[in-house]
Structures are given as C-alpha cells and as structure tokens.
Design a protein around this ligand. Structure first.
Ligand code: GTP
Length: 481
C-alpha cells in the first residue's frame, strides 16, 4: 500500500482497493469539471488535475506507472462518456497529464515541511510549481483549443494557463494539508472545539460574500480578504485551504452567471479573474502556514524548557509545577498518592572509571527504563545529577512498593554497552513517601519524606527501597532536612 510522507496513513488496504479509490476520486473530479463546463467550450473549473497532482504529492508511492495509466484511462473515459470525440478526449487528457507531470516534477523535489506548507516560503514554492504545471498544460492544450474550438492560439493558451493555475492553487493545498488523522477523529476534534466564538470568522466570510453579491463592482472580489485572513488566524491550515477553495469557486460560479462569459469572447476578464483568485488564495494560506510554523516552534520551545536535555524526562522546575498541580487535584478528590525519590548507586564510580560520557549514557538508559516500567499517568522528573523523582497518582501503599520493586529490578537487569567495549550496569535506591489522601501535604513535604526514606535505603545496602513512616520524631527530622 502506498505510504504517505505525512504522519497519517489510512488503515492498510490492498493495493487493488487503493487504486480503485484513486480512480473513483479522479472520475468524480473529472465529472464535476465536465458538468461545470459551458456548452461548446472548456471548463473553467477543472478539479481533476489538482486532485491528481495533490494525491501524487501527498502519497508519493502512488507516483508509479499504474497510477498514470489509471489517470489517463479515467480522463479519456470521462470525456468520452460525456460526449467528446476521441480526438478531443485524447488531446485534452494529454494536456491535463502534461500539466500534472510538470507540476509533480518540480514539487516532489521539495522537502516534507515545504510540501506540508509549514514554511514561510512554502506558498511561493507552491505557486512556482503550479505555474510550471499550468504552463505545461497550456502548451499542449492551446492547440486543442485552436483545433477543437476554433479559438486563437494565444487566447487559448492564456485561458488554459490562467484556469489551470487557479485550479491547481485552490485544490493542491487542500490535499496537502489534509488532517493527519482518521476522518472520524478529525470530526470529533472539530466538534469538541466548535463554539460561537470560533464560528465568527466563518460568519464574517458569509457576510462579506453576501455584501460582494449585493454591491457587486470590481472591488467586490477583495471583500472577503480580511475574513479569510481572520479564518487563517483562527482555523487549521486544512480548514483555511478548504475555505479558500469554496470561496473562490463560489466567486467563479456567481461571476459566470451573466457577468463573465467563460469563452474566448471574454478572455481578458476571465484571465484577470483567475489570476485575481489565485493571488487571493495565497494570502490566507501563507498566514495559516506561518501560524502553524510558529505554533510548532512554541511547542518545541516549551518542551525544551520543561524537559531535561540529557534524559528527556521532566526537568526539576516542570516536575515541581506539574507535580504540585496534580497533587492538589488528587488531594481534592481524596485520592492516595506516592512520591518516590530514586538515586543511582555509586554513580561517581561510573564517571571515575569510564568517563563522563559513559555516565551520561547510563543516566539516559536509566531514565528510559524508569519510564518504561512506570504507568502513563505517572510523572517522572530529574531532580538533580543522578537523582530522579516520581509521582504516582491514585496508588495504595502496597502498589507503590510494588512499583518501586519493579523499578529496582528493571534498572538492575539493564545493560548499557559502550562503543569501546565495556558493558555498564546500575542499581538504584528508592525512598517512598505515601499519602492516603486524608491529610494535605505539599510536594515539597512529600519529597522531603521520600528523601529520608532514600537515605534509609542507601544505609540498608542500596539496590532496594524503603518507605517513610511518619512519626513525630521523623516529622521533626523531615522539617530539619
Ligand atoms: N555523567 C554525569 N554525571 C553526573 C551528572 N550529574 C551528576 N553527576 C555525577 O554523579 C555523581 C554523584 O555522586 P555522589 O553524590 O557521590 O553519589 P554516588 O556516587 O551515586 O553514591 P551514592 O548516591 O551514595 O550511592 C557525581 O560524580 C557527579 O559528578 C551528569 O549529568 N552526568
């Protein structure tokens, strides 16, 4: 099955089913274009080329001979069944596929981030690819216009170029930005976010389109620009691209009803409209792409700030913040909680005998092991050099002891092979502080108790755990530490 360069791939299906789906999508796109075609002339809205180019870029493994053969057959068949002659069907298909091949040749060279429109220059590269695609289609297709529809070559070439450019620029981004999750998950995500506030940009688009229709005139084309930019700032890249497609198609549809005749008679108006809509679609796409890039950079920055760079578990500050918040929620619910202090045994010897880099490798491996044996809801942080802390929500005391036993066993059995030969082993000592949910304690207090228990575990010979039992004497000691 074709694999996507993007994170989301649909459930595995057989290759035949995949190609049938591919052919049906293309057929549907061809029929939409043919039905929108004015009698006796070419269609100004021809989505099939954009759909084909988008699919080949989105699922690169589709770009193989079988797909091109399927696409040729579907394009010719769609023309034939809707009344075109064989010559017209073959010529038009040759023009369409030449355009797609030219666009694919250029755009498939871009890296994934550019193709996903997540870079500042992505829209410009996309425009360049679509210009190349439209030029390829118009060079082959202009002759068809002359021969089949008796139009002038330059007029025909200009009409091919401008309509193809608009179609590619409107459709390819929708396919490239398709959500990287299953359609059902996407819908439920949208449903969970829907609110009146979020609907405002969409309502603004509707209002501006209504105003454009009511007032008309040359300026009406730009009425929806601020609304589409607001959408780009509020919605995902996919929703923005989809809205751009819908709004521009709507403009073509309303203008073709008596204002612009999509035939050689109105070639200048038509070319101007297509170029205008192409440029109109670029602004919101560029803004949505920049927003996405900024959000991803912020996410990376937040992660770098909250995670320890060596072990990739929570850094001390983030562990204290998140842990305290979690603890307050658990105490509010009256749930039990355990805090573990975990300290690697004789770690100094590792550094002294094998060097600091070997110590780092062992620290990384131990953190990974602790994460592996912990539960998804547990919080693990690196508190100091070779010292970690873990917060276990909702555990009875016995379960906390079992988890500590599991961690000790997992670290004990772990082996870290160094590049130059030696294999490192480690053991860990664990101190446990448990709170049954009856009394309020801060994370600082629980960590202090766990630290006292850790001290006991070290004194008891290491590679094991001890639990802190609160007693007046111990409480006084805890207060002093
Ligand atoms: N490689 C490496 N070593 C570190 C790092 N942070 C702290 N250490 C070392 O960890 C060692 C901790 O030593 P000690 O506090 O004496 O503890 P220990 O040798 O583990 O002995 P016990 O805790 O008593 O079992 C020191 O040698 C630190 O230099 C780090 O990020 N990387």
């Amino acid at each position: 099955m074709p694999r996507s360069t993007f994170a989301y791939s649909p459930r595995p299906v057989s290759l035949t089913v995949y190609f049938i789906g591919f052919a049906l999508c293309l057929l549907l796109a061809c029929l939409t274009g043919i039905l929108a075609r004015p009698t006796g002339f070419l269609s100004s809205f021809w989505p099939a080329n954009g759909v084909l180019l988008g699919m080949l870029l989105r699922w690169p493994e589709l770009a193989q001979r079988t797909s091109w053969l399927i696409a040729s057959a579907v394009f010719v068949l769609a023309d034939l069944v809707t009344g075109s002659s064989l010559l017209a069907a073959v010529w038009l298909t040759a023009a369409n596929l030449t355009g797609v091949a030219c666009g694919w040749w250029f755009l498939q060279r871009l890296d994934t981030a550019q193709l996903q429109l997540r870079q500042q220059t992505s829209v410009l590269y996309l425009l360049a690819g679509c210009v190349i695609a439209a030029a390829g289609a118009s060079l082959v297709g202009a002759g068809a216009g002359v021969h089949l529809f008796a139009s002038h070559w330059l007029q025909s070439a200009l009409m091919w170029f401008s309509t193809e450019l608009m179609n590619f620029m409107l459709i390819v981004p929708v396919i490239l930005s398709l959500p990287e999750c299953s359609p059902r998950r996407w819908l439920s995500r949208v449903e969970s976010r829907v609110s009146w506030k979020l609907l405002l940009p969409l309502l603004f688009v509707l209002a501006t389109e209504y105003a454009a229709l009511a007032l008309g005139g040359p300026g009406a084309m730009a009425f929806s620009v601020p609304a589409l930019l607001w959408c780009a700032l509020s919605y995902s890249l996919f929703t923005t691209a989809l809205l751009g497609l819908v709004v521009c198609t709507w403009k073509v549809a309303t203008l073709s009803m008596g204002i612009i005749d999509f035939t050689p008679a109105d070639v200048e108006l038509m070319v101007s409209l297509c170029f205008g809509l192409t440029l109109l679609s670029m602004g919101p796409l560029a803004v949505a792409g920049a927003q996405l890039q900024r959000a991803e950079q912020l996410q990376r920055l937040n992660r770098a700030a909250s995670h320890d760079s060596l072990t990739d578990v929570l850094a001390r500050g983030a562990f204290m913040d998140q842990g305290q918040r979690l603890l307050e929620r658990l105490q509010h619910e009256g749930s039990p909680v355990a805090v573990l202090m975990l300290d690697l045994d004789h770690f100094k010897r590792v550094n002294d005998s094998h060097g600091h880099a070997a110590g780092d490798a062992l620290l990384r491996a131990c953190a990974k092991t602790m994460l592996r044996v912990s539960r998804p809801q547990d919080l693990l942080g690196r508190i100091g050099g070779e010292e970690f802390a873990m917060l276990l929500p909702g555990v009875p005391a016995a379960a906390a002891e079992q988890i500590a036993t599991r961690i000790c066993a997992a670290v004990r059995s772990q082996r870290v092979a160094l590049r130059d030969g030696p294999v490192l082993r480690a053991t860990v000592s664990v101190g446990i502080a448990w709170n049954g949910g009856g009394t309020a304690q801060t994370l600082e207090e629980l960590l202090r108790r766990a630290d006292i228990a850790l001290y006991d575990a070290k004194a008891a010979g290491r590679d094991g755990w001890q639990r802190h039992h609160a007693s007046p004497a111990r409480a006084a000691l805890a207060a002093q530490v």
